[in-house]
Write a protein that binds this ligand. Sequence first.
Ligand SMILES: [Zn+2]
Length: 214
Amino acid sequence: MTKKLFWEDPYLTTIETAVESVFDNSITLRETIFYAFSGGQESDTGTIGGYPVLEARHSGLDIQYLSPEGHELKPGDSVCVKIDWDRRYRLMRLHFAAELILELVYREPGQVKKIGAHIAPDKARIDFHWPQNISSLFPKLTSQAQALVDQDMVIISAYADESSQRRYWEVPGFARVSCGGTHLKRTGEVGNIMLKRKNIGKGKERIEVYAAAK
Ligand SMILES: [Zn+2]
């Protein structure tokens, strides 16, 4: 199984490793820093052995990378794996901003139900079943989330269960939440949080989360 270094050290941008298997244009690696779409967080972009990765996808507990037609990668080859760090770091900051907002929404009274979430490099979104205009919560949510960011609290990210690769993040004193994303070391890295509302249908509300670097 591919060793997932993006969890052990989410700040790695380049590694030297070896190709584990090759099947047509689909390859697996001995170790990887290249995240594949999961938990709403988009895949990384980057290169393996100089070839662009066209797609990264999960296959059981492994990750398969799609290389371009005509690539010459073979099992055992030493390869350099590089990711677009600017993109990944924006994904990590927006992912954590969204985690803070989600956790704070769950603490609101009433029946809160999340119906979707997506983290892209320019914004994150979380969708809810919610009967009213959710923007009435924004002043409170923004100030609570920003206070957690401004306290620059430590974020722990670890295995809940290593054999099934279930992960969690924890901000001691605030929350512990199941999540397999790649996470920041400290809340302060999130930056300045801004929220926007979108109505996406009757009884459905979307919160768009933005995080401007300080
Ligand atoms: Zn998450």
